[in-house]
Design a protein around this ligand. Structure first.
Ligand code: SF4
Length: 332
């Protein structure tokens, strides 16, 4: 479809949001691409304003039972130290976030079903009781009852990326898990009535622009409240360590995807993937370690709005610095 008609139809609320539309937009070049960025930025401005929301992420454990082919903390990787924060340490981080005027804590870890599910429920309950923070949880696939239990404990939001909308690619990259199972989890979360977030990786080995268009459409179909995307970055200690990003010769695809995502999901909070983008675009820069990682995210591209992130321990002192000092965060 011709790109300029897409914008005309969108403005009249007559656009049918299909994969073909996403594909046409992703293929924009020259003036059409400029127009795409301008439209996405206008929607961002109209729907989300110019504010940047900061979330406090506590990566409370890097223990994971899964073996996703691209992931540095996959169960088979023995080349780094595993850690798990205690409930008291997590609570301490929550208190310091509140003192820093943050309004949301994100409890994130690898996927290890069962191990700490009850403890996570207790931690959610304590955070809700002892602070005014909203609680987002991001710990992977869980049974419906567990999500229900956590919601009863006070969980406000859940974040679970589907990573790719292509079932075959998903199956290849995630041994022991299917896309169907992942999407069922997202369905359970939606049914709970809590805010639900998801998203995908850009440039996974085997991804095509057609699959990328499908990823964007799937975000719209789930009517997500939050969307997180990030480029695939090969990790040396994984089976894909030598496999480069599918768009490594054309990083513009990443920004195009962000813009199309905004067009397809005008009301969603779209996460700011600044740190991962830098790792993608700046060659030979070592990846920061997962533990103690800090990334303050600000708008780097006009079609994005959001926000995010810092994590635990070493980042505490930095987190306490006033926002006015956050003009030159680490890794920027
Ligand atoms: S479930 Fe998440 S943390 Fe675990 S290996 Fe897969 S991507 Fe990594």
């Amino acid at each position: 479809m011709v790109v300029r008609y897409i914008f005309i139809l969108a403005r009249r609320n007559e656009l049918k949001y299909t994969k073909d539309v996403a594909l046409s937009l992703l293929k924009s070049e020259g003036k059409a691409l400029e127009k795409l960025y301008r439209e996405a930025d206008a929607i961002r401005h109209r729907k989300m304003g110019d504010e940047i929301y900061i979330r406090g992420i506590v990566e409370f454990s890097n223990v994971c039972a899964n073996n996703c082919l691209y992931c540095g903390i996959r169960a088979s990787n023995k080349n780094f130290k595993r850690y798990s924060m205690s409930a008291d340490e997590i609570l301490e981080a929550a208190f310091s976030m509140e003192q820093s005027s943050l309004s949301t804590i994100v409890l994130q870890s690898g996927e290890a079903p069962g191990i700490r599910d009850e403890e996570i429920g207790t931690i959610i309950g304590r955070i809700k009781k002892e602070t005014n923070l909203a609680v987002t949880v991001s710990v992977g696939n869980r049974p419906q009852e567990t999500y229900y239990y956590w919601r009863e404990c006070g969980m406000d939001r859940y974040f679970l990326r589907f990573e790719t909308s292509n079932p075959e690619l998903f199956g290849r990259l995630h041994p022991g898990c299917t896309l169907e199972e992942r999407l069922a989890c997202l369905g359970y979360l939606r049914d709970l009535g809590i805010q639900t977030g998801s998203g995908f990786m850009i440039g996974l080995p085997g991804e095509t622009i057609d699959i990328l268009a499908g990823n964007i459409l799937l975000c719209r179909e789930f009517d997500l409240d939050m969307i997180g995307i990030g480029p695939y970055i090969p990790h040396p200690d994984t089976p894909l360590g030598n496999t480069i990003n599918a768009y490594s010769d054309n990083p513009e695809v990443f920004f195009k995807a962000l813009a199309v995502l905004r067009l397809f999901n005008p009301e969603a909070h779209i996460q700011q993937p600044q740190l991962s983008m830098r790792s993608f675009l700046v060659k030979d820069e070592p990846l920061p370690s997962r533990e103690g990682r800090i990334s303050l995210c600000r708008t780097v591209h006009p079609c994005n709005t959001e926000k995010t992130t810092f994590s635990t321990r070493e980042s505490q002192a930095w987190m306490m610095t006033p926002i006015s000092a956050w003009t030159a965060p680490p890794y920027e």
